[in-house]
Ligand binder design. Sequence first.
Ligand SMILES: [Mg+2]
Length: 403
Amino acid sequence: MRQILHVDMDAFFASVEQRDDPSLRGKPLVVGGAARRGVVAAASYEAREFGVRSAMPMAEALRRCRHLVVVPPRGDRYIEVSRKVFDVFHEYTPLVEGLSLDEAFLDVTASRSLFGDGEAIARLIKKGIYDATELTASAGVAPCKFAAKIASDFDKPNGLTVVPSDVAAFLAPLPIERMWGIGPKTAPTLRRLGYQTLGDLAKADPAALERALGSWGPEVRELARGNDPREVVPDREAKSIGAEVTYDVDLTTREAVARTLLAHASRVAERLTMAGLVAGAVVVKLKLHDFTLLTRRMTLPSPASDTRTLHDACLALLDRFPLAGARVRLTGVSAQELGPAEAVQPTLFRDEKQDKRRDVENVLLRAKERFGNKPITFASLLEDKTPRAAPEGDLERLPTRRR
Ligand SMILES: [Mg+2]
């Protein structure tokens, strides 16, 4: 039988902030933008006691907890800590599939002869992570991905849950909301149809489930029965590096959107360079005023990490969105298919222009490290006619810690 681990850091961004700044420990804290329309990226366990959750609008979070501390995200720091966590994973198996900076599936089936059973390996990994980062993680151990993922969430924080070999029996009593993709929209429908638990879904008539959930129905039934043959597909440590901003005022012109993409591309380039990574693909994401989410993706001719290349790709992608009359409330850029910068294939004809751009990026970065964050940026970022993401006045009024 396979042994799959799902390991998930506890309140990752918030825990990193509390670790780095002792004055934040024990306090209800969220990481996120302080803008009225911003959302919570991560909430500390103290904040969760007030009902504050990640992905919640910041305004709602502040309503629920008046003395909430809002800390701006420090992506580079999280990437740095994430690398240490993934280094620990790789001590136990090469089969590591990262889902995000703080979460991964590991197939440790072949590692057992060296390190003991799945539970023993999970313990070693949790200890290894703590030794390397002073942070806790929760782990689930199971014969398949689906059950491992559910198990890691069972006993958070600092949890370890081992699913017995009878996976279906373990899953049966759990509420249907534990199923991937069954959220606040689908759950009431299913409950009305008489499905309350994963056990009910496991016993369901496949045709009835297909009527209720569409083509996804039969798969849900199989998952609920503990049948999940999906392999752990080893991947790079971070799947993507992105930047995005929700605006207080909708963007209505292509120019305004393009300018935000330049800012994002610059930020992503900086983070790629800092992490020593290059991107093979670029994704642009736009959310419209009615919350429709649109994305367009492009593979780069060769992997890159410089602002100009990323921004050029963004502009090309922007032409592929139906923008006429659109009101855009969020824009984002992410770099995908990440690889180590030094492993860029030396081609016969090196792209000298790109090498030069990468050098410029490195110089900018070193200058920033030396002189602080403010003065050095691409000139066009300075002509900022875009509505500010976070009006300074708001920031002052919010109980925000500024760095
Ligand atoms: Mg997590």
